[in-house]
Design a binder for this molecule. Structure first.
Ligand code: G3P
Ligand code: CA
Length: 271
């Protein structure tokens, strides 16, 4: 099944499939999301870039080189300078096998860069999405474009307080813009490793977000307590080591981003 049902206990920490199950399949491809859901992820994560012709596509980097391959010279450079038609010449599976020949799989051949619309079409309204606005450009209106896609997918107006869709960004400006456009959409402020998350910073974040996504190394009991005191969930990134997962669960985090959702499902069960 491709349905993310969520944990039986609605208060249990959530398993966020980081770029899908990206330890075992090429990140941000349908095989990676399929595998994350099979492994029991509660959310599948997307990182959004916008093409030159205004289409939201799912790719982590703002340039193509690391994960895209295609006809000579055609799949390098900034995504923002390519049209969707140009990106259709690129595939994003073979780099994964180049990096680790043990991971060769026929299912990884000829994988396209998905558009966000294609992801929503494929997985539908029952799967939970944890969507990052990766490189917001105030002139590109990525926020408006995302809200329109969510609306079309029936996911745009979570009046019931559902967290079916969470939108995350390192950019407070982007999150504040979303907040003003669609106040009911739950938002998560990401912070960079080492960035202070003191009381004043958390107070500001609590004005527009329901949670924080710190680097895992920055999380301690004090941060979890201070977040919870402001009704902010704490979702550290990116954790693949079972001992680190258990330590973070001990601290009371509300979920975490992982490249290996099955490991976190097990750690949560054993906790
Ligand atoms: O979105 C949480 C985490 O994914 C942030 O880091 O670079 O993997 O998007 P990055
Ligand atoms: Ca991300």
């Amino acid at each position: 099944s491709t349905e993310a049902a969520g944990p039986d206990d609605p208060d249990a920490p959530v398993v966020i499939g980081h770029r899908g199950a990206s330890a075992d399949a090429p990140e941000h491809t349908f095989p990676s999301y399929d595998l994350a859901l099979e492994q029991g992820a509660d959310y599948i994560e997307q990182d959004l870039q916008m093409t030159a012709d205004g289409v939201l596509v799912v790719l982590h980097d703002d340039v193509l080189r690391r994960t895209a391959r295609g006809p000579e010279g055609s799949c390098t450079g900034p995504v923002a300078e390519k049209t969707l038609d140009q990106l259709r010449y690129c595939e994003v599976g073979s780099w994964f096998e180049e990096a680790d020949p043990d991971q060769v799989d026929a299912a990884f051949a000829d994988l396209a860069i998905p558009t966000m619309e294609e992801v929503l079409d494929r997985y539908g309204p029952d799967v939970r999405y944890y969507i990052e606005i990766k490189a917001p450009d105030p002139d590109a209106d990525m926020e408006e474009a995302l809200l329109a896609l969510l609306e079309d997918a029936g996911l745009g107006s979570p009046e019931d307080g559902s967290r079916q869709v969470l939108v995350q960004s390192f950019s407070a400006d982007s999150l504040r813009r979303l907040r003003s456009l669609r106040p009911e959409l739950p938002l998560v402020q990401l912070t960079r490793a080492g960035e202070p998350l003191d009381a004043a910073a958390l107070d500001q974040i609590a004005e527009y977000a329901v949670g924080v996504g710190p680097a895992a190394a920055d999380v301690d009991a004090e941060l979890v307590e201070a977040g919870h005191a402001r009704c902010l969930v704490v979702h550290p990134y990116t954790v693949d080591d079972p001992a680190e997962m258990t330590a973070l669960l001990d601290l009371g985090v509300d979920g975490m981003f992982t490249n290996t959702p099955d490991t976190l499902v097990d750690a949560r069960e054993d906790h």
